[in-house]
Design a protein around this ligand. Structure first.
Ligand code: 9YW
Length: 440
């Protein structure tokens, strides 16, 4: 068991070890490239030890930004070949002029946590003062332009209905790949006979295949990529011919607060978009609140091809605690649910962390990736967002629980929530980054 100061020192060492120049590998073997929301979170961790390196991390991600403004979910390290699906399989620059040819990237995106990260890095840099703060101030205007283009892309292409809910085309876009949230949405995806053959890499690195998406799930993931390629990565064509199309209530909540954060940065820089960004924050906040299930209080995704809400009990249901905007009674009710035996108060949890699916739900699978395990990065992110909302007590207990789980020092990708056993990759960058921000 590591105590916080040593744990933080080890976390900094792990993040440095995963560095490949200006990008940090999401995980040393399993994910040897830069992932979008990982990079934002890793940059927050890095800011505690090296503000310029944190800024460089985001610059590396921004270098992969598409002409449309989309920040792709993976920016590939050209010197790495050990990941599937890699840049040849995505073939983005080959199929659309919107994608950069260097660096090579994937053709989908992930939750828009970046403006929140940039705001947080600013707080850390200002607390450091001196050269760190100065570096951040010089860097911020360029980063702001990138973020603004990204947010405009999301508003234009991912909320075409204008109802304050982001649309996703693939479970990977949610960052919660095999969450039961997507089971009914994937159920209608019919894998074509012409799906090119492939060899998975994740199951070669994580020996216990039961932790990972099963082969039928993985075929569907890869099939959707073929569909995007057939559409030339054109957003309107993808939507028109979609086999998988759903709102993502968690990403929408993230986008609400990210717009708020970007509005603060606009004001700081004297940019004219301040009011427009606050209006976007409000629109998405309303979208999330409108997606609540009256019985449980949890926010639900809607399968856009059937119009049906997806009734599951996952961590994403707490989206209103991220977006804010609940009245006092409703907020108290949702916080109580979070602390109840269905969630962090479950009697079998060694640490009161937030499992990705409620242990009391029939969908719960204790070792299977996003179907139950506790993810350090999510515990930390929720604690951060709760703090931002002023729910200080719940944030503090989640922070303590997250650190207790992380104190084994493995920086696991995810943990078996009922035993605390580390699972998935060890030395995962964002688990180390979360640790740094939790301790420091
Ligand atoms: C994959 C890197 C990524 C995360 C995702 C997580 C997993 C696997 O790892 O994706 O092959 O894309 O689901 O949220 O960004 O840590």
């Amino acid at each position: 068991m590591w105590r916080p100061p040593e744990l933080a020192a080890r976390a900094a060492y792990v993040i440095r070890g995963n560095s490949a120049g200006a990008m940090t590998r999401a995980a040393p073997d399993l994910y040897p490239h830069q992932w979008s929301w990982d990079a934002a979170f890793v940059a927050v961790g890095l800011a505690h030890v090296d503000v310029p390196r944190a800024c460089a991390e985001l610059d590396s991600l921004f270098a992969g930004q598409w002409r449309t403004g989309m920040i792709p979910h993976i920016v590939f390290d050209p010197s790495e070949e050990g990941y599937f699906p890699g840049p040849d399989r995505w073939a983005c620059a080959e199929l659309t002029d919107d994608a950069p040819s260097s660096p090579r990237t994937s053709g989908i995106c992930q939750p828009p946590v970046h403006a929140l990260a940039v705001e947080r890095i600013g707080e850390i840099a200002e607390a450091h003062g001196g050269a760190a703060a100065e570096h951040y101030r010089d860097w911020l205007p360029g980063a702001y332009d990138r973020l603004l283009a990204w947010h405009h892309y999301l508003i234009r292409e991912r909320d075409p209905r204008g109802d304050g809910l982001l649309t996703i085309y693939h479970g990977w876009e949610s960052g919660m790949d095999n969450s039961p949230r997507w089971d009914p949405v994937y159920a209608r995806v019919v894998v074509g006979a012409d799906l090119p053959s492939y060899t998975r890499r994740d199951t070669a690195v994580v020996a216990d295949a039961s932790q990972r998406p099963d082969p039928a799930e993985y075929d569907r993931y890869l099939w959707l990529v073929e569909r995007f390629k057939q559409a030339g990565y054109d957003a309107a064509r993808i939507r028109r011919n979609a086999e998988f199309l759903t709102t993502d209530v968690f990403a929408s909540a993230v986008f609400a607060v990210a717009n708020e954060a970007l509005a603060h940065l606009a004001r700081r820089l004297g940019r004219p978009e301040h009011d427009e960004l606050l209006a976007a924050a409000e629109l998405f906040r309303r979208g999330v609140l409108g997606a609540r299930d009256v019985r449980s209080g949890l926010a639900l995704d809607t399968d856009l091809l059937t119009g049906a809400p997806v009734r599951v009990e996952t961590i994403a249901g707490f989206a209103p605690l991220v977006s804010g905007g609940l009245d006092t009674g409703a907020e108290r009710g949702l916080l109580e649910l979070l602390r109840s035996p269905r969630w962090t108060g479950h009697p079998d949890l060694p640490h009161p962390v937030v499992p990705t699916t409620s242990p009391a739900s029939p969908d719960f699978r204790r070792r299977a990736y996003w179907r139950g395990p506790s993810w350090p990065v999510m515990n930390w992110f929720l604690a951060w967002m709760l703090n931002r909302r002023g729910a200080k007590d719940t944030a503090a207990s989640l922070r303590t629980a997250a650190l207790a789980e992380l104190s084994d020092g493995s920086f696991a990708e995810y943990y078996e929530p009922l035993t605390g056993e580390p699972l998935g990759s060890v030395d995962q960058s964002w688990s180390a980054a979360a640790t740094l921000d939790l301790v420091l």
